[in-house]
Write a protein that binds this ligand. Structure first.
Ligand SMILES: [Zn+2]
Length: 759
C-alpha cells in the first residue's frame, strides 16, 4: 500500500498531500486520449481513473485502498491478497495502446509457489481499460472465486446515480445511502450473471457528469457477479467476481477467459448503455437473436395486446376472444394455472390440465378458430419436493446442489409452505424431462407456446455426479441451448406443414438467451405492484441496448384483486377473488401501461373480465388506445433502437399506489402508499430506416401542453425535419422542426401519440 511506507496515523488532508507529492515515482500511469489510469508500484492497487475529457479522477486518495484482487481457495476461509506477496513488479509493455503487466510472487504457506499475473491495456479509442488475470498455482488448492479488479474509494460527486441492468434495469437516486446499509455498517450489493444481471455492465455517475463504467466482454456467458460495496465511512467501491470452472481444480494455470472493462463515460445511464451497445449488438447473441433472424413466430410479433389470466379456459380464452372483438387487433394469451397441479407446489406435474384433456383441447381449438393463440406456464427449473413424481422419478439426484452438496429448497407458496427444488439445466435428465412435457403440451393439447418461468436466471451447481464443472462455467447456458433445440425439434413444423413453430418465452430478460427465446417477460414496468419501495426505480436499460433484438412483453397491471388457485387449500381462499380494486388506484394502472408503451414493450393486461369493458371503461379504453397506436408504430416500438427522449417539463402528481401479492388470500394483503410520479412518460426510437419518433403517453385527467427540446444532431435528423403526429386513429402533419425553438404539442387527457421526424 502507498500509505504503509508513510507510516503512522495521519490526517486525511495530509495523506492526500503525501499521495500527490509521491505520485510521480510511486504511480505507474497509462493513458490513451480519453482515459488515464494509475497503479501504485508497491502492490498494484488502482489509485487513479481519470476521465481526460473532464479531468475528473473517479477515485480518491484514502487511508486504505482495497488490493487489486482477492483469491478464495477451496476449503480456505481467508482469501489471498496482493499484500500477501513478498515480491511485486509492474512493467509497462511496449507498443500502443498503453499496457502494463503486473506480477505478484513470493507467497508463503498455503500459496507457496503461486504467481498471480494481471495485464491491463487501454482501449485504442474508448475511455476504457481492459483487464485480464491469470493464476499459476503449482500445488495450490483449487480456486473457488477470484475478485478482480477491485476498485475502492470511488470519489464522491453531487447527485450520484447507480444504474444496474437488473433484468430490465434499475436506477438508484442515492446509491451511497444504499451502500451504507440499513444499519450504516456498509452493504454489499451483488448481481449474478447470467441471470438477474441481464447484460454485463454497471454505471456509477453524477447526474449530469462523469461516470465510472464497469463491464465484461464475455460472449460465452461464464458465471460471474458484479458487485458494489460500501462501508460505514461512506466509501464505495466495485468489483467483478469470477468463478473459475472447477474442472480446472487440479490445473496449474487458470486464466480469466474474457476481459473486464473498466473506464469512464460522460453523460447518464443511456450513454453507458450506448457504450455497451456498440460492442454488444455485434456479438452472436444479438446477430443470432430470434428476432434478428426473423424466426419469431408471426403471431407473436403481430400480437397487439396480451391477456394474462389464470385458471380454466372459460376464465382465460373466453375473455381473450371478447377483448379481441373489441380491439379488432390480435390479442394473445399468457396463461397461468391451466395445469393439473397446484401453482408453486406441484410442478412439474402439469399434465393433464385441470379441466381435463378433452375439454382443454376443445377450448384451444375453439380459440384458434377465433385466431387467439396461447402461451402456457411451465416453470423451467422447479420440481415440488412433496410431489409423487419427485420420489418416483428420483429427481433429487438431478437437482442443483450447493457448495455443501445439499439442495437449497425454495418456498414460494406461502399458504402451504411446500418446498420446491431447482433442477440442474446441466443434466440431461432434467432437459429431457422438461422438453418431453413441453412436447406433450404443444402436440397433444394444441398450445402455441411455452412460457418458461425463471428462464432468464441460472444457478451454480456443485454436484460432482452431474458431469459438468462444479460451480462456475458455461454449462447452464449450454444446457439451456441444448434443451431448447431439442424442444423445438420435437415440436417443430411437420414435414407436411400446417403446424406453426412453437413459441418460447422466458421470465425477465438476458442477453445470452436472445438466440433461444422468442419473447421476454418484463414486469418491472409494474414493479411497485409487487415489490416494496427499495430506493431503485425501473429504467429500460436492457431495452436501450437490445430492443430490436428481442420482443418484450408483460405487466402486472390489473384492475382487480388477485385470483385464487382453487387447487390451493380452501381455507385461505378470499371471499371474492378478482374483486375490483378501488378506483383511486387507476392512475397506477395507467402509468404501468404508459411505461410499457413508451419503453417499447407489447402491452399486457392482467386479470381481465369482459365486465371491465363497462365497469372500468376509461382504464380499458386507455389500454386499447395504446395497443392500437403501437400496432401502427411497430417500426419504432418493436424494431426501433432506443434513444434518449427529449427534455420537457410535465407536472408530476402524488399517485395512490397498491401493492398486492398473488398470495393475497383471505387477508387481502393489500399495501397502500403514495408516491410522486410524472404524468407524462416518454421514449424515443430510431426506426431501421433512420426515421426517429418520440413516444408520449399522458396519464393526466386534463390536456397537457408540452414543449419538447429536440436535439436533431443526437437524433441524426435535419434541424428542419418534417414532423408527423401519429395517434391511434391515424397520422397528421405538424409542419417542421424550427431550429432552436421547442416543439409544442398538446396531449388530450389520458392519451398517447408518436411524433415522427422524417429524415
Ligand atoms: Zn448440476
Amino acid at each position: 500500500m502507498i500509505l504503509s511506507r508513510i507510516g503512522g496515523p495521519l490526517s486525511l488532508a495530509f495523506l492526500g498531500f503525501c499521495f500527490h507529492a509521491n505520485a510521480a515515482s510511486d504511480v505507474l500511469r497509462l493513458s490513451n486520449s480519453r482515459l488515464q489510469i494509475g497503479l501504485d508500484r508497491d502492490h498494484g492497487t488502482l489509485v487513479e481513473l481519470v476521465n481526460l475529457a473532464t479531468r475528473h479522477n473517479l477515485l480518491e486518495a484514502a487511508e486504505s485502498q482495497p488490493g487489486l484482487w482477492q483469491i478464495e481457495f477451496e476449503g480456505d476461509a481467508m482469501p489471498l491478497k496482493p499484500g500477501d506477496a513478498q515480491a511485486f513488479q509492474v512493467v509497462r509493455l511496449p507498443g500502443k495502446p498503453a499496457a502494463a503487466r503486473l506480477l505478484w510472487t513470493g507467497f508463503t504457506g498455503r500459496a507457496t509457489g503461486l504467481q498471480v499475473e494481471a495485464v491491463v491495456r487501454l482501449d485504442e479509442e474508448l475511455p476504457v481499460s481492459r483487464w485480464t488475470v491469470r493464476a499459476l498455482a503449482p500445488g495450490a488448492h483449487g480456486i473457488r472465486r477470484v475478485h478482480f479488479p477491485r476498485v475502492g474509494n470511488i470519489a464522491r460527486q453531487p447527485q450520484e446515480r447507480l444504474a444496474v441492468p437488473m433484468w430490465m434495469g434499475q436506477l438508484a437516486a442515492d446509491p451511497r445511502a444504499l451502500l451504507s446499509g440499513k444499519t450504516g455498517q456498509g452493504a454489499r450489493l451483488e448481481w449474478a450473471y447470467p441471470g438477474l444481471l441481464s447484460l454485463q455492465c454497471l454505471a456509477f455517475y453524477a447526474e449530469p457528469g462523469t461516470g465510472l463504467y464497469l463491464a465484461a466482454s464475455d460472449t460465452a456467458a461464464f458465471r460471474k457477479t458484479f458487485v458494489m460495496f460500501g462501508d460505514k465511512a461512506g466509501s464505495v467501491g466495485c468489483e467483478t467476481v469470477h468463478l473459475p470452472e472447477q474442472r480446472e481444480l487440479s490445473a496449474l494455470d487458470w486464466q480469466l477467459p474474457y476481459e473486464v472493462v473498466l473506464g469512464s463515460f460522460g453523460g447518464d445511464w443511456v450513454t453507458a448503455a450506448e457504450q455497451y451497445r456498440a460492442w454488444a449488438t455485434n456479438q452472436t447473441w444479438a446477430t443470432q437473436s430470434r428476432l434478428a433472424r426473423g424466426v419469431v413466430p408471426g403471431w407473436i410479433t403481430n400480437t397487439a395486446l396480451w391477456l394474462w389470466n389464470r385458471g380454466r379456459s372459460d376464465a382465460v380464452l373466453t375473455p381473450a376472444v371478447a377483448l379481441q372483438q373489441r380491439l379488432k387487433l390480435p390479442v394473445s394469451v399468457f396463461w397461468h394455472w391451466w395445469h393439473g397441479c397446484s401453482y408453486d407446489a406441484g410442478f412439474p406435474e402439469y399434465l393433464p390440465p385441470r379441466e381435463g384433456t378433452e375439454e382443454f383441447k376443445r377450448a384451444t381449438a375453439a380459440a384458434h378458430d377465433h385466431d387467439v393463440r396461447a402461451l402456457v406456464y411451465m416453470n423451467q427449473r422447479l420440481w415440488g419436493m412433496t410431489t409423487k413424481s419427485w420420489s418416483d422419478e428420483g429427481a433429487e439426484r438431478y437437482a442443483v446442489k450447493g457448495l455443501d452438496g445439499k439442495i437449497q429448497p425454495e418456498i414460494y407458496n406461502t399458504f402451504t409452505r411446500q418446498a420446491c427444488a431447482a433442477m440442474c439445466m446441466g443434466t440431461e435428465f432434467w432437459r429431457h424431462k422438461y422438453a418431453g412435457l413441453a412436447e406433450r403440451a404443444v402436440l397433444d393439447l394444441g398450445v402455441d407456446g411455452i412460457y418458461m418461468d425463471q428462464a432468464c436466471t441460472s444457478l451454480a451447481c456443485y454436484d460432482p455426479s452431474h458431469g459438468h464443472p462444479r460451480g462456475g462455467g458455461t454449462y447452464w447456458m449450454q444446457g439451456f441451448r441444448t434443451m431448447q433445440e431439442d424442444l423445438r425439434q420435437r415440436c417443430g413444423p411437420t414435414a407436411a406443414g400446417g403446424r406453426q413453430p412453437v413459441a418460447l418465452a422466458g421470465e425477465g430478460c438476458g442477453e445470452p438467451w436472445l438466440p433461444y427465446l422468442d419473447l421476454m417477460l418484463s414486469l418491472q414496468v409494474s414493479k411497485e405492484r409487487y415489490a416494496a419501495l427499495d430506493g431503485w426505480e425501473t429504467i429500460p436499460f436492457f431495452h436501450a441496448v437490445y430492443h430490436p433484438y428481442s420482443v418484450t412483453y408483460g405487466n402486472y397491471s390489473s384492475l382487480t384483486m388477485p385470483p385464487y388457485d382453487d387447487l390451493w387449500p380452501a381455507e385461505f381462499a378470499p371471499k371474492e377473488p378478482l374483486r375490483l380494486l378501488d378506483r383511486k388506484f387507476s392512475r397506477q394502472f395507467l402509468m404501468e401501461q404508459a411505461r410499457a408503451f413508451v419503453w417499447g414493450q407489447q402491452p399486457t393486461l392482467a386479470n381481465f373480465l369482459p365486465a371491465h369493458l363497462e365497469e372500468r371503461k376509461e382504464e380499458i379504453e386507455y389500454v386499447l388506445k395504446l395497443a392500437a397506436l403501437r400496432a401502427r408504430a411497430t417500426t419504432y416500438l418493436l424494431r426501433g433502437t432506443y434513444l434518449r427522449p427529449p427534455e420537457f417539463r410535465a407536472p408530476a402528481s402524488m399517485l395512490e399506489m397498491s401493492r398486492l401479492s398473488i398470495y393475497a388470500g383471505q387477508q387481502g394483503g393489500l399495501t397502500e402508499f403514495k408516491k410522486e410520479y410524472p404524468l407524462v412518460w416518454a421514449g424515443a426510437w430510431r426506426a431501421p430506416n433512420g426515421n426517429v419518433a418520440v413516444a408520449l403517453a399522458s396519464i393526466a385527467d386534463e390536456p397537457m401542453d408540452l414543449a419538447l427540446t429536440v436535439d436533431p444532431k443526437y437524433y441524426g435528423i435535419s434541424p428542419r425535419a418534417r414532423v408527423v403526429r401519429i395517434d391511434e386513429l391515424g397520422s397528421q402533419p405538424m409542419g417542421r422542426l424550427a431550429p432552436k425553438s421547442a416543439l409544442k404539442v398538446t396531449l388530450p387527457s389520458r392519451s398517447a401519440c408518436l411524433l415522427e421526424f422524417s429524415r
